[in-house]
Design a protein around this ligand. Sequence first.
Ligand SMILES: *Cc1c(COP(=O)(O)O)cnc(C)c1O
Length: 390
Amino acid sequence: MNEPDYQLETLAVRAGIERSQFNEHSEALYLTSSFVFKNAAEAAARFSGQTPGNIYARFTNPTVTAFQERLAVLEGAESCVATSSGMSAILATVMGLLSAGDHIVSSRSLFGATVQLFGNIMKRFGIETTFVSQTDVAAWRAAVQPNTKLLFAETPSNPLTEICDIAALSQVAKQAGALLAVDNCFCTPILQRPLDLGADLVIHSATKYLDGQGRVLGGAVLGRKEVIDPVFTFLRTAGPTMSAFNAWIFLKGLETLSLRMEAHSRSALELALWLEQQPQVERVYYPGLPSHPQYALAKQQQKTGGGIVAFEVKGGKDAAWRVVDATRMISITANLGDTKTTLTHPATTTHCRITPEQRAAAGIGDGLLRVGVGLEAVSDIQADLARGLR
Ligand SMILES: *Cc1c(COP(=O)(O)O)cnc(C)c1O
């Protein structure tokens, strides 16, 4: 399945299959932690790297390899490593590619745990991060230092769906001699391919849309082989590798990804347009709305607006909590990218551990709600939100 002229939809269903002696049609799940060798010489050759092949599942497993190959094809990447979660994908990227004394320039509109990882944990190991505005390319350029090794962005961002200009940031990275990593969790390769736009690394929380049904955790890092190899070396040594079972779930998830992303996007746009009409709603954040500040850039960079809609309710936290508590169907949960619609109050959940000043700087108001639009009928999602808004 290496023919480059297959469409993405086809590759999502068929890439990465290597059938066993049984010629199974659906992808096999290899639940084994280690692999046996014919003799001592074969074991020695595998361990020394003289011959390729599986040794131990902390390093490689055929089901995980199949997932890595399929996702690599979809992202247009030379190489992919799968990880135990999205956060361990980000951790492995930093641990594999940076050292004490290095510097990161990062968007400040990041997933909350990523802010913690860069701002607190990596700082203890001598890696400093400067947080800048997601949308201000000049600010990224100004924040670059001689020791800057990594630029890190997430687009659209969580929860405000701010768009960063991947091509422009890749120019900043090139001039700085640094790598640009893009967390492509919200779009998936179906809607956006950051490597085509000049990014060096793509990061995934597979937990979200790649699974698509809220079952298991996983992540991935993709890019050129020379960039991914040190990330893999960290993973096989330190151990936050993806389990074979989870890889099998993600392989099957990828097969329906393009259909789901189209449906999520269609419903999200309909919901966003409806929310804009509600008098109790101050503002709606959705990249597919003409009112979005980066609508033109989003149109150029992404196929559709994606499945995440955020909106600010008039009346702050109390009003936002009333909307949450009045729902009967929508799941009150921090996850997203699920067939089931999810609802989060970022200020008191995903972003509660950052200071109120950091929250204000990131634009996370007390009345803000984030909807991960699922695959239920949009009219039912609207009715569930309308109750609390009334
Ligand atoms: C969820 C998420 C992560 C972290 O992924 P986990 O699988 O929960 O570790 C990283 N980035 C974004 C944008 C996310 O939504």
